[in-house]
Design a protein around this ligand. Structure first.
Ligand code: ATP
Ligand code: MG
Length: 213
């Protein structure tokens, strides 16, 4: 669909939201965001590194400013990618619903598209106010190797039938890359080349990240 036709129908811009811990950011995140941007004709994608995520209290997370810096250097070459400090600057655990409410106020003329991998989509019903989340933003469920979305989606659709029109399934080039695997590779002195941007690899090295568990 032509962008101008689309705008006259929706009356506004489309903003993709890519939340994550990004500890560290890798090509899986970047390919997912770029594919969503192209396929759903998003005007921009906003990366929002988590401050202190409620779901990941089982391990020590890298300082938010360092995670932010790694995101920033990774997206610099893409004019349609932006990064926000909003979750980093909030104290205490941050919830997706709170972030979306703030974004909806800040970008009241933009349609929100929350981009999430199948693994995170699976958890969505356990998040705070899942129904409100799907009302505030459309959901783009991107494929991720090793996670099947069919069961997950049928569960969500059964519980909240209105979500059928608000959740998109998007097939993205399969990259079996995870931050967990990257951290463990660094810890075990294995190569992480070509799994993430070279600048990020060097940043990890310089800052001695992921050398202890
Ligand atoms: P960790 O292993 O620490 O959980 P991660 O690789 O899963 O890290 P997150 O920061 O947890 O990265 O993920 C942020 C978002 O990106 C989530 O929605 C996740 O599903 C998605 N995502 C991460 N890696 C991929 C990938 N390889 N392909 C598609 N989506 C991905
Ligand atoms: Mg994850």
């Amino acid at each position: 669909m032509e962008a101008n036709v689309r705008d006259s129908m929706t009356g506004g811009l489309r903003l993709g939201i890519m939340g994550g811990t990004f500890d560290p950011i890798h090509y899986g995140h970047l390919v997912a965001a770029e594919t969503a941007r192209i396929e759903l004709e998003l005007d921009n994608v906003l990366f929002i590194p988590a401050g202190n995520p409620p779901h990941k209290i089982d391990r020590i997370i890298t300082d938010a400013n360092l995670r932010f810096e790694m995101v920033e250097m990774s997206i610099r070459s893409n004019n349609n990618f932006k990064v926000s400090r909003m979750e980093i600057e909030r104290t205490g655990p941050t919830y997706t619903i709170d972030t979306l409410r703030i974004l909806k106020k800040t970008f009241s003329d933009q349609e929100l598209y929350f981009i999430t991998g199948t693994d995170a989509l699976k958890e969505m019903l356990t998040w705070r106010e899942p129904e409100e989340i799907i009302k505030l933003s459309k959901i783009v469920g991107v494929s991720r190797p090793g996670y099947d979305s069919r069961n997950v989606l049928s569960k969500i659709f059964k519980k909240y039938p209105f979500t059928k029109e608000r959740i998109y399934q998007l097939e993205v080039p399969a990259l079996a890359i995870s931050s967990t695997d990257i951290r463990s590779r660094v810890f075990n002195q294995k190569s992480i080349r070509y799994l993430l941007p070279e600048e990020v690899r060097l940043f990890i090295k310089t800052n001695h990240l992921y050398q202890s568990k």
